[in-house]
Design a protein around this ligand. Structure first.
Ligand SMILES: Nc1ncnc2c1ncn2[C@@H]1O[C@H](COP(=O)(O)OP(=O)(O)OP(=O)(O)O)[C@@H](O)[C@H]1O
Length: 979
């Protein structure tokens, strides 16, 4: 039989969320990419990257000579043929070099918003200026080029980060950054070379200050056209990198696992090979399109080059695509990359994409932020990278018993040593994000303060190591019961930390301590004011000392020479004061007047100077005078020259130190990874103490036993309103893998299901769990069917979404999986729903053989499933199903009046209103859902409630009434006759 849906409205599929044309980039094998930037920073380079096509330029009509009836033509122009017209460009070379440069860049990067640096501003011109001004909410203005008005807008460079965030993160636009580089010829006014140094896309943010330090920003490439992508085979190649930290991964995944990987990686941008438009979308492309992710298309990789034997062909394609894309966008900022870490398919618990969202692991479902998520409740890490690692781990916990137990041992170690734990946490708070700093260096960026930060971090690592070793020595000495075994997890960690003592010593020897850095310019050059000092620093090369003079012979000699000059200056000032009887005379410099002699009290001190021709007056105010005085000008120039030489020598030292740090990239990343591990373990230990978590026993079978387990997020939520959480137990065993949960609405069925899944995740992440006791058999895949929303955008009703998710679980769950299902079948008629629920459970028991918790209001399901069972004597098909339920108790004191008060109702509290939910599970089946009580809680009007009550009574007594009778019941005129 064929089913055909008939819609009066055709299904609607929107276009991708962005409208900017996508880039076309030819991919190259990873190994062919330069390992370091080909052009040093700040060296002009006019080479246009290959593969950039001439742009399509809209040629607008000349407003002076309108040609009626003609549409504007679209033609291809080479950049050099473009010129400015009122509303766009026209084919004539403009005389203005800035305009030419901008037009060239606009044509080279047609898919980008171009921001051009002009002095202290970033500016946008031509048609783009309208868009930029609108998006950023800045003023649109115009300027005249070649006697024509050109739209423009701009903002000061200090606002760049704020506006980049709007363009790139908010509007998902690509921004080409065009910087200016002054060229000085024969002491003339500088000319400027302008070139695009980088294209900023949502996935290629490096160290922009608006990057969240606690989140990864992944750029993902997918080999979407793999020929070997048969169902079930891992044929889709993935490669993803956080450009800001250098964390680089690759993996092959089967098509059905792709969605889960996307949910877990949560990429900001996905790079995909372009496909001819006449070809139908393959399933991978269809899935990516359906998910509504931010996709960027590049030219297909036309090489079958395999990056390394360790990687599959699909992975190599993805790696090549990713690195080529990075190269094309990061340009001069392209960092050196280390080889990607390959993730095996079996190493991690696979959590399907719905489950990651439904369990609110790192994002709450309601507000979308961290608050209310599992992560927000369990997070105790103190470093940004620790938090990022924790998030990744929660979304893909380990499936290796050995790894999990090693992590648990570390947590247990710190659990029992609060004083040590607190000490190390305190030390960790002083460490910096080593991975991000190293990545900055690898992108040829970074400042001396980053070197200091790396040094501080290495020192923190050493302090932690020393503290642990000290503790061990103390325990050995003081504790009779000292057991070396207790220390094995810590010893293993310590043995893996690589000593970077030499690197740290070099940085310490080289870098000036912060306090003395500011002393040089003020003291010796007599800057007029802090502002003028700031201004003058660029002009006169006044420079804050960053490297210790004694670090290199050359620097020491330069500093000696400067000292001599400064000594001369120090002598010159008092001798001039005495010679000219002018105590208010000082030697000064500023950008406007250069080196000059300043008289503070002119009336009193100027007399002798005025009559000396070697002083040339350059400015005056009511009480002060300034003079040009050649000996000071010459001496000052020498000082500036010496300072500039020091500055250059320091830059060289800084660059060489930066190179040294870069040479230790893998060691630094390795140590940072271990410290993340430590940070997470310390956090878990603290969490276990604070929230009374216990260490679960990990097994490699199908057991899942939890005594008095709790839902950490719901428990915390209840705590804030002063209510206790009722713990619940579960005991899934290899021979009894299915539990059916029934009970009233609002009595805690969903909470119980979710807490079980969260306990599995926490246990395999290495954390202790919220329970009195727990035995967790390793879960390979975790699935959930909880909560339902429709997905009209993708043409799916609520029930359709429910069935799609159920189908996926039935296809994919294995005997090692854990499945939680909440009210499957509720979205249709009772009979259809019951039938589907029965078939689903049956399939899970017979075919998937996985551990399952199934919550339902269909109590009839119990009769269909069980026979001769301890707590339920049905006529069903299975003998080893567990049945548990929650309850409602009519009591003298209950929650209802208080809940209704909170909802804004002002009821008279009657005895009838009193009941409580028993959230505690008991064995058995509850056949009453008490739905009307929830309706009452929610504020359904009294008359409607009365009608519902009577209708329910009628249905229960099998009495069927005509509409007139029902209406009378609704008006309270009559009640249902009892049978
Ligand atoms: N074990 C518990 N202890 C205390 N309060 C709980 C417990 N479990 C649930 N609750 C409270 O009850 C509310 C409803 O729980 P939950 O959604 O799990 O009920 P349910 O039985 O699944 O309801 P429904 O059948 O209507 O979906 C929760 O938001 C929480 O405030």
């Amino acid at each position: 039989m064929f089913l055909r849906r008939v819609h009066s409205i055709r299904p609607f599929h929107s276009s991708p969320p962005h409208t900017v044309p996508r880039p076309t980039i030819t991919t190259k094998p990873f190994s062919e990419l330069p390992k370091r930037p080909t052009t040093p920073l700040h060296q002009p380079d006019h080479a246009i990257p290959s593969g950039v096509a001439p742009t399509t330029v809209q040629v607008t009509q000349d407003p002076a000579r309108p040609r009626r009836g003609r549409k504007p033509k679209t033609v291809l122009l080479a950049p050099s043929e473009c010129t400015v017209s009122k509303m766009g460009v026209s084919p004539k070379q403009p005389r203005n070099s800035l305009a030419t440069g901008i037009l060239t860049n606009l044509s080279r990067f047609p898919h980008c918003i171009l921001l051009t640096r002009v002095g202290q501003f970033y500016e946008s011109y031509f048609d783009q200026a309208n868009q930029v001004a609108r998006l950023l909410g800045i003023k649109l203005t115009s300027r005249v080029w070649d006697k024509q008005d050109v739209s423009m807008c701009g903002f000061p460079i200090m606002h760049l980060d704020k506006y980049l965030k709007v363009l790139v993160q908010q509007h998902k636009l690509f921004v080409a950054m065009c910087e200016e580089f002054p060229r000085y010829t024969n002491g003339q006014k500088p000319e400027y070379d302008r070139r695009v140094v980088r294209i900023i896309t949502p996935g290629t943010l490096i160290d922009e200050p608006f990057l969240n330090p606690f989140e990864n920003n992944f750029l993902l490439a997918i080999s979407a056209d793999s020929p070997s992508c048969e169902p079930g085979t891992p044929g889709v190649g993935l490669a993803w990198i956080d450009v800001s930290t250098g964390e680089f991964f690759t993996k092959s995944t089967p098509l059905e696992g792709l969605k889960d990987d996307l949910a877990r990686i949560s990429p900001r941008e996905i790079v995909l090979a372009q496909q001819p438009t006449d070809q139908p979308l393959n399933p991978i492309r269809q899935l990516l399109k359906d998910e509504g992710l931010f996709l960027t298309y590049v030219e297909p990789c036309n090489t079958s080059h395999q990056y390394d034997r360790a990687y599959t062909t699909e992975e190599s394609v993805a790696i090549n695509m990713l690195t080529t894309y990075m190269q094309a966008n990061l340009m001069e900022r392209m960092p050196q990359l280390s080889a990607p870490n390959r993730e095996g398919l079996e190493e991690r618990m696979q959590i399907d994409s719905h489950t990651i969202k439904a369990l609110e692991i790192h994002e709450s479902a309601r507000e979308g932020g961290l608050t209310g998520s599992l992560l927000s409740v369990i997070k105790r890490t103190v470093t940004g990278s620790g938090m990022r690692s924790l998030t990744r781990r929660l979304c893909s916990p380990s499936t290796s018993q050995k790894d999990i137990e090693a992590r648990q041992s570390l947590v247990a170690f710190f659990y029992h040593r609060p004083h040590l734990r607190d000490d190390i946490i305190r030390s960790l708070q002083d460490s910096e994000d080593a991975c991000r700093i190293v990545q900055r260096f690898l992108s040829c960026k970074g400042e001396p303060k980053d070197l200091l930060a790396i040094n501080r971090t290495i020192q923190v690592w050493t302090t932690i190591r020393n503290r642990l070793e000290l503790e061990k020595a103390m325990e050995r000495r003081e504790r009779d019961s000292f057991r070396g075994d207790d220390w094995s997890s810590v010893d293993t960690l310590l043995s893996k930390i690589i000593s970077l003592h030499d690197l740290s010593t070099r940085i310490t020897m080289a870098l000036e301590d912060v306090e003395s850095q500011a002393s040089l310019p003020d003291e010796f050059l007599g800057a007029d004011s802090p502002e003028s000092e700031q201004k003058s620093s660029s002009v006169y090369g006044i420079h804050k000392r960053t490297i210790r003079p004694e670090f290199s012979g050359e620097l020491a000699a330069l500093h000696d020479a400067l000292c001599v000059l400064l000594e001369r200056r120090r002598d010159l000032e008092p001798s001039l004061q005495i010679q000219y009887n002018a105590p208010s005379l000082t030697l000064r410099s500023n950008p406007a007047q250069g080196m000059h002699v300043h008289i503070g009290r002119a009336k009193r001190d100027e007399v002798k100077i005025k009559s000396d021709t070697s002083f040339i007056a350059i400015s005056e105010s009511a009480s002060t005078r300034s003079y040009f005085y050649q000996p000071w000008s010459q001496l000052g120039a020498q000082i500036v020259e010496a300072t500039a030489s020091i500055s250059n020598a320091e830059k060289e030292v800084f660059n060489s130190l930066r190179d040294e740090v870069k040479a230790f990239t893998s060691q630094l990343r390795h140590n940072a990874g271990l410290i993340d591990e430590l940070d997470i373990a310390l956090g878990f230990a603290k969490l276990a103490v604070e929230l009374k978590f216990v260490r679960p026993v990990i097994k490699d079978d199908a057991t899942f036993e939890v005594a008095d387990g709790r839902h950490p997020t719901v428990e915390l939520g209840l705590l804030t309103s002063g209510r206790p959480f009722t713990p619940n137990s579960v005991a899934l065993k290899p021979h009894s893998r299915l539990h059916v949960i029934t009970g009233p609405n609002m009595a805690g069925k969903s909470t119980f299901l979710r807490q079980t899944a969260l306990i599995a995740i926490l246990a395999q992440t290495g954390s202790f769990v919220p329970a009195e006791h727990a035995v967790v058999g390793i879960v390979d895949k975790l699935f959930s069917r909880v909560g339902a929303k429709d997905d009209l955008f993708r043409d799916r009703s609520t029930f359709m979404v429910e069935m799609v998710e159920t189908a996926e679980i039935l296809r994919r769950a294995t005997a090692k999986s854990l499945v939680i299902m909440d009210e499957v079948g509720r979205g249709t008629t009772v009979k259809d729903g019951l039938a589907i629920a029965f078939a689903t459970v049956h399939h899970l028991v017979v075919h998937n053989q996985c551990r399952t918790l199934f919550a339902t209001h269909f109590h009839e399901l119990a009769d269909l499933l069980a026979y001769n069972e301890v707590n339920h004597h049905g006529n069903g098909v299975f003998c080893d199903v567990g049945f548990y339920c929650t309850d409602v108790h009519e009591t003298e004191v209950g929650r209802l009046p208080f809940v209704r008060k909170r909802l804004g109702f002002n009821d008279v509290i009657t005895q009838d209103n009193f009941f409580t939910y028993s959230h505690r599970l008991r064995p058995g089946v509850n056949r009453n859902s008490h739905g009307l009580k929830v309706a009452q809680l929610a504020g359904i009007p009294e008359s409607a409630l009365l009608l519902a009550k009577n209708a329910l009574a009628a249905l229960q007594t099998q009495q069927f009434m005509n509409p007139k009778e029902l209406s009378d019941i609704g008006r309270g005129l009559t009640t249902v006759p009892t049978s």
